[in-house]
Each structure stands twice: as structure tokens, then as C-alpha cells.
Design a protein around this ligand. Structure first.
Ligand code: AMP
Length: 443
């Protein structure tokens, strides 16, 4: 199948050609004709599958043939959960629509509202927005919806996870009743199904990859490591494997900052993005990372949502996510389109249950790897069970320990060859899970 078979207009096909897309991805093959037919669409697709183009291309085609947009009006609205995703979707709209004379803009919170109001003054064909800022703009009469013909909810699951359901409800109440609705979500929880019931009218349902599965193009494995040794293992891996562009996930903002400090102290260029960083800093950090000026980008889940970095080779879970679905979103940053990627998790003893939940969700047992060269403060590699080799019994020398009678030096040594606390803990947990996992499958 080729893009031209969809009947998309020449300026759009030209833009796709300039992006060197040779053929549509599976989600594009299904969603583009469905959107062009005018029907509502409900699509389960992970990031990295080409889902942005799957709604943007037909949207541009439809809008190019319609009425001129009036001042302060919009003709299509794309709602996204985060500023980063909003910016990326807006970039895709601009890229695919560069040979058309449609106007597009992006609005999100955390920055001044006035420049956004100015841009809306002349009317905008496609507006990409985060929910809160859109409502602020509506309250200031800066945006009007009576010309709106299409609504896209991108990463709807994450919008609900982030607590945007009230805002979404308010926005839906403001939109014209007659419109086309397109909903994209990585997962389909009960909350999403509830949302779709009131929103979508007899939608075309599209599911391109197995629900809650990890992308096949990402090679995944884990290292088991003591919590306090994770930073050292990470810098060791970066150096030893000569990784040049690595996206690292931490669970907390503080954890992200600490890790950046550690990497910098090891002369590895790194920068953090999270909710406490200004929008300007986040944008700069991302563009430096994309341009290979910074080797490591450390991010929290929310900040990294929707990040699209072409050909990103490595994603590291410095901490495992609390929500197993986030594992899929995280490693979905790599292995995009036709590229191969690597998703690596550093797992400490306290994260064994989280790992088990992830493996149950993705229905896959992740390979346990050993990093043989990494032995900081350890006499044995971290992941290998210390099987005490039978030693020739030494003649016990008698030593006098004050007040304790006599001890043998042999006894003292033997205490050191006990298996480490946490040694091989991942495998120990696997056996537990294999009985537990036989029960019901999550979602
Ligand atoms: P998305 O899933 O929308 O985040 O897209 C992931 C990546 O795939 C982006 O970098 C797109 O530029 C790229 N992409 C989208 N469609 C295609 C295609 N048909 N062929 C090759 N790459 C694509």
C-alpha cells in the first residue's frame, strides 16, 4: 500500500515524500481511510507507531477543502495531555501541512498567554492544545468553537490519568454537537471506555498492536543492582558501551536532579527535564539532546510523555515506574517506526514486585543480564550468585577475642561468603510470579 492510494492531495503527498516515508504504517493504513470517510474513530495505538500522521494527514486533507476560518475561531482541535506532546504534534502538523496554506498553532500552560491570544486573533485551522490552557483562552474570549468540525483526543488514557477528565468534560460541552471525533489511546481502561460512550458516535475501532504489548522493535533486558549502585552502574554502562544518546527515566524530580549531578561529576553531559523546570529550559534541553549536544536526558514520566526523538537508540529505566503501563510508554520512545532500539531497566530488590507487574502486563519475562566489568566495591559481579567454592579446611589458628573466648579465623571468613542480601532476587521472584501470573491477566 502507498500513501497515494488514500487519495490525499498532492501537497500532502509531497510533504510525506520529503519526510522519506516509503509506505504507511499499520495504524496509518487503517486510520487514514477511516478519518477521510468522516466517521468517528477510536484507535488503540502506542507512540512510535506513526499515530500522529494517521490523524494529521487526513485532517489536513479535509480542512484544505473547507471554508476559510474566521477570527478567533478554530476548525480542528487536537487535545494532548502535556506541553511536550502538544509541541511535537504541532510540529508534525506544520511538517505535513507545509505545502498547504492552512494556519496551525499550539497553546499550553506555563508560559505567557498573551502571545497565544494574539496568534488566535486571526483564526487558526488546527489548534493543538492542553486542556487547562484552552479553557483559560476560552474564558478570555480568545477562542471560539462554532466553526469546529473535528476533535482529536491524543493519548486520551494519559489525559485521564493526569486528572483532566473535568476539563475534558467542560471542553466537550462547549463544542458544536455535529463534529467528527477521533480518539487515540495507548491503553483502553474502563475510564476510557466510559469516556468514549458519550463521545463517539458508532466509531470505527482500530487496534494495531496487541493491547498492552511492548514494541517488538525494542530489545529489552534488566540488570539487577543494589539501589545505591545504580548511578555507578549507569555511568559504567554509558562509558563501557559507548552510548551516545540515552533517555533515562527516574520516578521523581529529585531523583532526576541527583542523577544529573552524578553524571556530570563523571564528565558525562546530562540534563534533566521535569515539572519544576521552566518551559524554556525543557525546550532547550530537548533540542540540545536531539542535536546530540547533550548525551543523556533524564526525565520523569510526565515530562517525557510524547517525546519524539528520531532514531533514539537507548531508553533506561533508572527506576521502574509505579504504573506498569508506563513501562510501555517509556520504552516506546525508542524502536520507533522502522528503527531498532534498546530498553534497559536497572532493578533493585525493592522493585521486584514492580518488575513482576510489568512482566505480567507485557506477557514476557525480561532477560536478566550481567555487566561483568562492573564491580564497584564488590568482589563478585553483582548479578552472579556467590556459590562458595568448597575450600580446603585450614588448620584453625586460635586467636583470642577479648571477652568472647576463642574464635577461628576460618569462621570469620565464612561469614563473608553468605549469599548477598538481594543476590539473584529477580529470579527468586520469577518463581513466585509464575504461579501468581496464572490467575487473571491485567486488563
Ligand atoms: P508517532 O507514533 O506519531 O509518535 O510517530 C513516530 C515516528 O514515526 C515519528 O518520528 C514519525 O516521523 C515517524 N513516522 C510516522 N509515519 C511514518 C512512516 N509512514 N514511515 C516512516 N516513519 C514514520
Amino acid at each position: 500500500m502507498s500513501f497515494s492510494s488514500f487519495g490525499l492531495s498532492e501537497p500532502i503527498l509531497r510533504a510525506i515524500g520529503e519526510e522519506n516515508y516509503s509506505s504507511p504504517t499499520p495504524i496509518q493504513s487503517k486510520a487514514i481511510p477511516a478519518v477521510l470517510s468522516g466517521r468517528d474513530v477510536m484507535a488503540a495505538a502506542q507512540t512510535g507507531t506513526g499515530k500522529t500522521a494517521s490523524f494529521t494527514l487526513p485532517l489536513l486533507h479535509q480542512l484544505a477543502n473547507g471554508d476559510k476560518v474566521k477570527s478567533n475561531h478554530i476548525r480542528a482541535l487536537i487535545l494532548t495531555p502535556t506541553r511536550e506532546l502538544a509541541v511535537q504534534v504541532a510540529e508534525s502538523v506544520a511538517t505535513y501541512g507545509k505545502h498547504l496554506s492552512l494556519k496551525s498553532s499550539v497553546v499550553y500552560g506555563g508560559v505567557k498567554i498573551n502571545p497565544q491570544m494574539m496568534k488566535l486573533r486571526g483564526g487558526v485551522d488546527i489548534l493543538v492544545a492542553t486542556p487547562g490552557r484552552l479553557l483559560d483562552l476560552f474564558d478570555r474570549n480568545a477562542v471560539k468553537f462554532s466553526q469546529l468540525q473535528t476533535l482529536v483526543l491524543d493519548e486520551a488514557d494519559r489525559m485521564l490519568d493526569m486528572g483532566f477528565s473535568d476539563e475534558i468534560g467542560k471542553i466537550l460541552a462547549l463544542l458544536p454537537k455535529k463534529r467528527q471525533n477521533l480518539l487515540f489511546s495507548a491503553t483502553f481502561s474502563d475510564a476510557i471506555r466510559k469516556l468514549t460512550t458519550g463521545l463517539l458516535n458508532n466509531p470505527v475501532k482500530i487496534e494495531v498492536s496487541q493491547r498492552n504489548s511492548a514494541p517488538k522493535s525494542v530489545k529489552q533486558w534488566v540488570y539487577e543492582v543494589d539501589k545505591g549502585k545504580k548511578s555507578a552502574l549507569l555511568s559504567h554502562l554509558i562509558r563501557n558501551k559507548d552510548w551516545s544518546q540515552v533517555l533515562v527515566f527516574t520516578r521523581t524530580k529529585n531523583g532526576a536532579d541527583q542523577l544529573v549531578r552524578h553524571l556530570k561529576s563523571e564528565n558525562i553531559s546530562a540534563v534533566a527535564i521535569h515539572g519544576d523546570k521552566s518551559q524554556g529550559l525543557r525546550t532547550r534541553a530537548l533540542s540540545d539532546f536531539k542535536a546530540n549536544k547533550t548525551r543523556i536526558l533524564v526525565a520523569t514520566d510526565i515530562a517525557a510523555r510524547g517525546l519524539d526523538i528520531n532514531e533514539l537508540p537507548h531508553v533506561i529505566n533508572f527506576d521502574l515506574p509505579k504504573v506498569p503501563e508506563d513501562y510501555i510508554h517509556r520504552i516506546g520512545r525508542t524502536g520507533r517506526a522502522s528503527f531498532q532500539g534498546e530498553g534497559i531497566s536497572l532493578v533493585s530488590a525493592d522493585e521486584v514486585k514492580l518488575l513482576a507487574a510489568i512482566e505480567t502486563l507485557i506477557r514476557q519475562t525480561l532477560v536478566r543480564e550481567t555487566e561483568t566489568g562492573f564491580i564497584p566495591n564488590h568482589k563478585v559481579p553483582l548479578t552472579r550468585q556467590t556459590k562458595a567454592r568448597p575450600k580446603k579446611p585450614k588448620k584453625p589458628k586460635l586467636v583470642q577475642a577479648r571477652g568472647e573466648g576463642c574464635k577461628t579465623t576460618g569462621e570469620q571468613k565464612n561469614t563473608g561468603s553468605k549469599p548477598r542480601r538481594g543476590g539473584n532476587f529477580l529470579d527468586a521472584d520469577k518463581s513466585k510470579r509464575s504461579t501468581r501470573g496464572k490467575g487473571k491477566q491485567r486488563r
